[in-house]
Design a protein around this ligand. Structure first.
Ligand code: SF4
Length: 367
């Protein structure tokens, strides 16, 4: 087809070092990737792989699994081998599991600086093993498990404290000439979190993993993450993201992808442009928008579909979209690429839009 002009973005990416998490590049030369974390017991290999398959199908790029016990560590080789996407082992306390994860073929290992002091003398060996296997390390600082030394110095997990902790940790690896590092400085408060990442972005060139930790149940967590990631990504800060929700991990992936699509950091797929409805509406817009969304879900082509409640603004918006409907008088005017192609009775609107969407998708060569 025709070479498409890339859609506008709000900022150039901040220039970073590049690293590979398995097959997925992380850094300014690569698209921002979406991560999630399994909620199964890692040692339950089948359940964990099943959840990873669901995450993969939802569009997740990288998955993280917790590794709190020896049984979990033993499950890592099978999980790393059979997962369709790169697997990161999340390790808080035990250096021996870091080595196990590296040897298991995990695509990366996440360590927590609040705890690493305990295995300070192990950093050299970890750097050596990670280098030998080409395994990057994520330094994951969390407000809740900040290094006690820095907690004492700053009184609470301030942006400065989070950043100092992360950079100190990175320096321990850098001393052994290990730089295959990405960093996160998570906090539950988007204001503190955004400030921390801004500071970190100024002070290093490591790729950054964005996260608002303990963001909350789906609604609050979605808003907090969208606001915080939006503030950073709109300045080019952030190379991989994880939305944390007290909800199934597939929901995290959907939110993450939608945030990236909203900022043109991912190609937009199906986009429903529906009006909020108002006193002029002559159709149940919410129901119609839900039905159209459900009917078209899973379409891979970047269709913009307008669902409008009346013929006042309806035709105008519908004209800007690939496909649209403006309802009124128990009927729907169906628009394709700005032209009214037919008028159908209200009960035929959804099926007509689906038919036309499939036809358009076919001409776009992607069904
Ligand atoms: Fe109201 Fe019509 Fe606009 Fe929908 S399209 S918000 S019904 S004026």
């Amino acid at each position: 087809g025709m070479p498409a002009t890339p859609p506008p973005v709000l900022a150039e990416r901040r220039k970073t070092r590049q690293l590979m998490v398995g097959s997925v590049g992380v850094g300014s030369e690569f698209p921002v990737s979406v991560q999630s974390m399994t909620t199964t017991v890692t040692a339950d290999v089948n359940a964990t792989l099943q959840q990873i398959a669901e995450l993969t199908a939802a569009g997740c790029d990288i998955v993280r699994v917790a590794c709190p016990s020896a049984d979990d560590a033993e499950a890592l080789p099978a999980i790393a081998r059979k997962s369709q996407i790169p697997v990161i082992a999340d390790i808080h306390f035990q250096p021996k599991y870091v080595f196990a994860a590296i040897e298991a073929g995990c695509a990366a290992v996440r360590v927590n600086p609040g705890n690493i002091k305990k295995f300070d003398d192990k950093v050299k060996e970890i750097a050596q093993a990670a280098r030998e296997h080409g395994t990057p390390i994520r330094i994951g600082v969390n407000a809740g498990s900040l290094d006690p030394r820095l907690l004492a110095k700053y009184g609470k997990p301030t942006p400065e404290a989070l950043v100092e902790s992360a950079l100190w940790e990175a320096s321990l690896f850098a001393e052994h000439d290990f730089h295959d590092i990405k960093i996160s400085v998570k906090h539950h408060d988007p204001v503190v979190m955004v400030r921390a990442y801004e500071l970190l972005a100024e002070r290093c060139d490591y790729p950054l993993h964005l996260g608002v930790t303990e963001a909350g149940p789906a609604f609050q967590g979605t808003v907090k993450s969208a606001v915080a990631f939006g503030a950073l990504l709109s300045k080019g800060i952030g190379d991989t993201i994880r939305v944390s929700l007290s909800a199934p991990p597939v929901e995290e992936v959907k939110v993450g992808l939608q945030i990236l699509q909203s900022l043109n950091l991912r190609p937009r797929k199906l986009e429903i442009v529906s009006c909020p409805s108002c006193g002029r509406a002559q159709v149940d817009v919410y129901k119609l928008a839900d039905e159209v969304t459900a009917g078209l879900s899973g379409m891979e082509v970047p269709l913009r579909v307008a669902v409008m409640g009346c013929v006042v603004n309806g035709p105008g918006e519908a004209r800007e979209a690939d496909l649209g409907v403006a309802s009124g008088n128990g009927k729907g005017q169906i628009f394709v690429k700005g032209e009214v192609i037919k008028t159908v009775p209200e009960h035929k609107i959804v099926e007509t839009l689906i038919e036309e969407a499939l036809r358009l998708a076919e001409t776009m060569g992607e069904t």
